[in-house]
Design a protein around this ligand. Structure first.
Ligand SMILES: Nc1ncnc2c1ncn2[C@@H]1O[C@H](COP(=O)(O)OP(=O)(O)OP(=O)(O)O)[C@@H](O)[C@H]1O
Ligand SMILES: [Mg+2]
Length: 261
């Protein structure tokens, strides 16, 4: 049986009076590739940010590989919040790639990747460099490791950000619109790297508007509207035979109609 790596149970999130995620549930199996789709403001980023507790759910629990994130139940079955240290330990298991690459401008590509390895994982420098080179090679940047962010294209910078996250060897990778700041050619470079990672059985939860990519990349697609789960299934099914009119409307808005694929 395939192992469940991530579980989100009855997750709600409010900002002030506004409830932006309403009773969201998901189980992601090890090695599974899941796309979160929905219009702007539907809660996709908020869901990704809750997975690693950059946002705290207002209600509900999140579980990664056997451990709750954000706390645990004690022997009296009471919920005890994680200390900052516990949370940091759990967060190490999750890699995140954002739309803005968030590289350190004053550090080379190599140094951007080794930083977390030496500071967070406490690897010896030599080991950190070897590991960083390995992952920079994986994203096809071996020839650019000495460059600084301003000397690289957007696609190269995003691939450094991916290498940086991968080098931490997380159990789960989250991508939030990793290509939306890139032009089509650079977008393809990044999507190709993501496809290669998918073939290596990495568990990935991805928000993207690249629906052509989503269709062949993902095992499963979840469609959300206004913080509410609408439906899920293999992308093929959502594109061609969605259960909800809402999904059909959204996907046709993205440029896909039945018969296109
Ligand atoms: N820190 C915050 N404070 C208040 N409201 C917030 C905050 N973060 C998000 N929201 C609101 O929550 C809702 C969901 O936002 P979220 O960023 O998760 O949407 P999204 O689906 O990622 O949208 P997009 O496709 O534009 O990135 C929006 O209405 C947004 O304004
Ligand atoms: Mg977003």
């Amino acid at each position: 049986m395939e192992k469940i790596l991530l579980k989100m149970e009855h997750i709600h999130k409010s900002f002030g009076q506004a409830e932006v995620v309403k009773d969201f549930n998901v189980e992601v199996k090890q090695g599974e590739k899941v796309i979160l789709a929905g219009a702007s403001g539907s809660g996709k980023t908020t869901i990704l940010r809750m997975i690693n507790y950059l946002e705290t759910p207002t209600k509900g629990k999140i579980w990664l590989d056997g451990d709750y994130i954000g706390g645990h139940y004690n022997e009296k079955s009471e919920w005890v919040s994680d200390s900052m240290q516990d949370l940091a330990e759990k967060r190490k298991q999750i890699g995140m790639v954002f739309q803005s690459f968030n590289l350190f401008a004053h550090l080379s590509a190599l140094h951007n990747v080794t930083l977390g390895l030496t500071r967070v994982l406490k690897l010896p420098k030599k080991e950190a460099i070897a590991r960083a080179e390995h992952y920079l090679n994986k994203v096809h940047l071996s020839e650019h490791i000495k460059k600084y962010p301003h000397q690289m294209s957007g696609g190269q910078q995003q691939r450094v950000a991916i290498a940086r996250a991968l080098a931490m060897q997380p159990k789960l990778m989250l991508f939030d619109e990793p290509t939306s700041a890139l032009d089509p050619k650079l977008t393809n470079e990044v999507l190709e790297v993501m496809q290669e990672l998918a073939e290596e059985k990495l568990t990935m939860v991805v928000v993207t508007h690249e629906m052509g990519f989503a269709r062949h990349f993902a095992d499963r697609m979840i469609y959300l509207e206004d913080g509410v789960f609408i439906e899920e299934g293999p992308p093929e099914k959502l594109f061609t035979h969605p259960e909800s009119e809402k999904t059909s409307h959204f996907l046709s808005f993205c440029g896909y109609k039945e018969g296109d694929i």
